[in-house]
Design a protein around this ligand. Structure first.
Ligand SMILES: [Zn+2]
Length: 378
């Protein structure tokens, strides 16, 4: 016996109800019966003359990948794009989305986290302003029958019966999609044509027969900032951060591993440096306000958990990792954190410091990966 959706065969997770079995492993996404016939209606839309518009031109490498993605889709290949942080990977799929919509294909653009899906929707809506676009995330359903849907991966189960000809998944290396077989199986059930997966940090083991495309340069052409590792005991790290903050006199995000570290470190830094410091985490309030305040220069420093590791762009920001040896700072997270720096062409470089009491394999791999990407000539 096997769940037709998540392929769970563990009988302890297959429950009997009214003489029929259903799967408990993927129950969070609507109940699936083991013997349930599975049909999809593969809705097509009338071909339309949709065109996207951007108020800037794609770089040469963005254009190359954009064209390659259309070619892969025309030839029924799946694509996997390794695009470094700050390379402008959202825009490289617009040409492909346009092509699919013009053919009458149904298209989905999904991303793991709710905080990022609204921003993604805004960017897509500005480019494809003449068509209806669906937006679906926890607690929000808008235009669910539209030809183009923007949603979180958690909401994909709503589309299993209809499916998409083209699926684009951003941040496939991020929690909760990465390492979650149920979400990944639902993604595959929704994909009735081809997919494009976008990631900033994947490794060889993540490649599963897709055509691999690499965008190793940022859109402005500068190298990715390579983290500086400072090995020092915990007791000296707060003093060292205070020293760096006073020396740089710039906007800084200090990443800490745990929620309980946020307020404690924010208080210490404020009292040592007299700078304006705020805390951000999943349990803090006013996170968006504090981010805006840092962007506008109304505060100097944010102490944050890994909540801010992705999806934020702040001009001329520097980052410091506190307790860098912690397990939560894995290779992927450290690469994303380093990727916050130097995103804008006005300040394409900056400081990334990792303070740690030991040299972990995650830190070593992060630095090695970034150096390799900088040296790669693609
Ligand atoms: Zn299941």
């Amino acid at each position: 016996m096997e769940c037709p959706r998540c392929h769970n065969q563990n009988v302890k997770r297959l429950y009997k109800l009214h003489g029929k079995y259903y799967c408990r492993q993927c129950i969070a996404f609507h109940r699936v019966w083991v013997d349930e016939p599975y049909t999809q209606d593969h809705t097509r839309f009338p071909p339309q003359k949709v065109r996207y518009s951007l108020d800037f031109e794609l770089s040469k490498s963005q254009q190359d990948i954009s064209r390659q993605l259309v070619y892969n889709y025309q030839n029924h290949y799946h694509s996997l794009v390794l695009a470094v942080c700050g390379s402008g990977k959202t825009e490289i799929v617009f040409e492909l989305i346009q092509y699919a919509l013009q053919r009458g294909d149904r298209v989905c653009f999904c991303i793991p986290r709710k905080e990022l899906v609204k921003e993604l929707y805004q960017r897509i809506k500005e480019a494809f302003h003449q068509i209806d676009i669906g937006l679906v995330y926890g607690g929000h359903i808008e235009n669910i029958n539209a030809q183009l849907i923007v949603c979180t991966m958690h909401q994909l189960y709503r589309f299993e019966k209809s499916g998409f000809h083209l699926m684009i998944a951003d941040e496939v290396d991020a929690f909760p999609f990465y390492g979650n077989p149920v979400l990944q199986q639902i993604f595959m059930r929704c994909c009735i044509g081809n997919y494009v997966k976008l990631s900033a940090t994947f490794v060889k083991e993540d490649i599963d027969g897709e055509e691999l495309l690499i965008m190793n340069r940022r859109y402005h052409g500068y190298d990715l900032p390579v983290p500086q590792l400072i090995i020092c005991p915990h007791c000296l790290q707060v003093l060292l951060i205070s020293f760096l903050l006073k020396k740089w006199k710039k906007k800084v995000i200090v990443f800490v591993p745990l929620v309980q570290d946020v307020d404690k470190l924010a208080c210490q830094l404020q009292s040592y440096t007299h700078l304006r410091v705020r805390g951000v985490s999943s349990i803090h309030k006013h996170n968006q306000d504090n981010l805006m305040a840092l962007k506008n220069g109304d505060i100097d420093v944010i102490v944050s958990t890994t909540l801010l590791e992705r999806g934020i762009t702040i001009e001329d920001v520097q980052v410091i990792v506190y307790h860098g040896e912690h397990d939560l700072f894995d290779r992927r997270t450290l690469i994303q954190i380093a990727g916050r720096v130097g995103r804008k062409i006005s300040h394409p470089q900056g400081h990334v410091y990792i303070l740690s009491n030991e040299h972990t394999s995650s830190i070593r791999q992060c630095i090695h990966t970034i150096k390799n990407l900088n040296q790669m000539s693609v």
